[in-house]
Design a protein around this ligand. Structure first.
Ligand SMILES: [Ca+2]
Length: 398
């Protein structure tokens, strides 16, 4: 399951709302407090929160239609040349082109995965595994890139997007940070994600659990706390790009037809462990029968038919398509599509003003009791500037 990180923007927006509406309150819980009901049922994405700062990103949207580098202040300067071509295909596998019925696979499919519609995808190259901490570090070392989670919030910018007179949040709330998985120690109803997500300062890709944590022993784990902008910056440096949803799903299916998971139809927890997911009772008890509470090293579990690892579980993966909850309905009406790039606009009914891209594949937090998003057709909205501890990415190349 996932929570994304426009979440950061959204969270601060929420905090500001709290300050405005509840400034006399002694409440000190900075967790987002908006219940999410995806497709009128449930969702594992708390990005659907108050989004007063969405205006800040509206001008970003236009530029990102062209998949540009992130349009936010920062010390990063886009490299003028991509990483050398000689490395381009290292660690990638060739995905053959083909035609398939995209969407709604299996009885657990959500409304946003319907209806199935015919899609043809040209052949492409795809990273065999999710981008690792080691790979991302190489990029950062070479370019000086700073992820959004490592930057303090600019109040001067933020206050332009909140109601006049809004008091400045305490500096501690404007410090760089990200979302932390902070589960209760007892069973809870799964209708309020604020029970297991909390804002923390000091969390970023180098310190996934905040100050004191490290990636030293996780260099071969997928990088996390990276937002869409961060992923695009890395991909461009590699001379690659993010996959479209159509490419991602086609690749995840691994050459199989009408199967729920990358390996077939057998349940994720049946037989040999197939993916890094959540076993037990979410969110308070994880038996870790797959061996991992959070991320797992890439290539830990068996690859799918195309030689791709972790197309189910471990971390959610950014795609290039705008997220639109009704896009599949539009695609169905348009008829068979070849190499679709997704809708030309975003729409998440739970949070209609926040620009969001699609994420695929589920994560180590996914469990049948909640979203079961280790399915090939599962999809999730993720706000552009929001990274999370269970969201990463992989790249493709034509
Ligand atoms: Ca696990």
């Amino acid at each position: 399951m996932k929570v994304s990180r426009c979440f950061r923007t959204q969270l601060f927006s929420f905090i500001v709302l709290l300050l405005v509406a509840c400034k006399d309150s002694k409440k000190k819980n900075y967790s987002v407090e908006k219940n999410v009901q995806v497709d009128s049922l449930k969702d594992c994405d708390p990005t659907d929160s108050v989004h007063l700062l969405s205006e800040v990103h509206k001008h970003h949207v236009a530029s990102f239609q062209n998949d540009t580098l992130r349009p936010v202040p920062g010390i990063y300067t886009a490299p003028t040349v991509a990483k050398t071509e000689k490395d381009t295909y290292d660690g990638m596998v060739r995905i053959p082109g083909g035609t398939y019925m995209m969407g709604a696979q299996g009885k657990l499919a959500l409304p946003r995965e319907y209806p199935k519609h015919q899609v043809t995808v040209s052949g492409f190259w795809m990273d065999a595994h999710e981008v690792t901490n080691a790979q991302f570090k190489e990029f950062v070392d070479a370019t000086g890139y700073v992820t959004i989670a490592e930057e303090d919030v600019d109040w001067e910018e933020m206050k332009k997007q909140v109601p006049s007179g809004t008091p400045k949040p305490h500096d501690s709330l404007l410090a760089a940070g990200s979302m932390a998985f902070n589960p209760p120690n007892h069973a809870v109803k799964l209708d309020d994600y604020t029970q297991w997500w909390a804002w923390r300062t000091g969390l970023n890709w180098r310190r996934p659990e905040g100050p004191g944590s490290s990636i030293e022993d996780r260099m071969n784990h997928p990088v996390v706390h990276v937002c869409y902008y961060d992923a695009v910056a890395y991909a461009k440096w590699e001379g690659k790009r993010l996959p479209t949803e159509a490419e991602w799903e086609w690749a995840a299916r691994g050459g199989l037809t009408d199967k729920t998971y990358p390996w077939g139809d057998q349940h994720v927890d049946a037989g040999v462990v197939k993916a890094n997911s959540w076993q037990g009772d979410f969110p308070h008890y994880n038996s870790k029968s797959d061996g991992f509470y959070t991320t797992a090293p890439v290539k830990t579990f068996q690859a799918n038919g195309y030689g791709l690892y972790d197309m189910a579980g471990n971390v959610w993966e950014w795609c290039s398509d705008w997220y639109h909850a009704d896009y599949y309905k539009m695609a169905y009406q348009m008829g068979p599509q070849t190499d679709p790039q997704g809708p030309d606009r975003f729409f998440d009914p739970q949070d209609p003003y926040a620009p969001k891209k699609s994420q695929r594949g589920g994560s180590f937090l996914c469990n049948d009791s909640y979203c079961a998003s280790y399915r090939v057709s599962a999809r999730m909205p993720g706000s552009l500037d929001t990274g999370m501890p269970h969201v990463g990415f992989r790249c493709v190349k034509d």
